[in-house]
Ligand binder design. Sequence first.
Ligand SMILES: [Zn+2]
Length: 351
Amino acid sequence: MSTRKVTSPGLLERLEKGAVICAEGYLFELERRGYIQAGAFVPEVVLEHPEKVYELHREFVHAGSDVVEAFTYYGHREKLRVIGKEELLEPLNRNALQIAADVADESGALLAGNICNTNIWEPNNQETHASVRSMFEEQVGWTVDAGADFIIGETFCWVEEALMALQVIQAADKPSVITFALDADGLHDGVDGVTACKQLADAGADVVGLNCSRGPATMLPVIKEIRSTVSCHVAALPVPYRTTADMPTFQLLQDKSCSCTPDIGTFPTALDPFVCNRYEIAEFAKDMYTKGVNYLGLCCGAGPHHVRSMAEALGRTPPASHYSPDMSKHAYQGTDENIPNYYRKLGKMYE
Ligand SMILES: [Zn+2]
């Protein structure tokens, strides 16, 4: 068992007082950096290059994240079976939790465990349900051993699978954050996001909401409805991509200006032209927070600059704000008296 002290104030106390920011997007960011393979997307990096995981956790906290989420997303038994490395399951989970605990403890951030969509759940197949339960139980067990402050169950596309995750987290006596990833038409079982969140809230989840799949523009209207439907805390963690009514999820984004991508669409390795800028993320955070959505974050595609923008939009100045933009000293566009006049005049050509 863990000797780790529970972080104080905890998740629920912090949510009662204001916003909690949870930076996510580890898979995409570490893929871009060259330490995770797109496709299977298994976080072997926690064993192969733990220093890179430490670094990204620290960057997210530096940028304003209140939570260090153990990087066990897709570190579950099914994913390790797919890549033929089930023997790595326990060391991978324990390492990920230790890395996250170290960064949480050095920074005062909350330590979150993580379980997620298993990709084996089938609606009327009891055998898969039993396997899913045991997958959740083993991961939650390691999370409890590591002394996590709360547990996130995320990216679910089946209500029943999410309910099972909640039960396992509740049995471990940890606060729960349960979020769904919505397709264009809702969840795989035909349930819409609002109804799904209501069911989880009724079952006692501490925080319910949405993560991944949708960008700010197409997540926002659903989150508003969820906020007005449930009485518990609500979570919104979109992907930072410009999804639209026609292309409501990042898996559906089509880039007409490029014909050289190897995949059918742009997901997951050619989404670059759709990335939201930091100001769009700030607008989203402000809008959500003023509507009573207190658990805010970003999912696949997010970088530390997005997280900082979110934090600053909530009136905070995380350490990274020391380096927030100051264009007054720009060589051409600057207004500072130390910028030579000649160059300031040249700069006007760009206006
Ligand atoms: Zn995601």
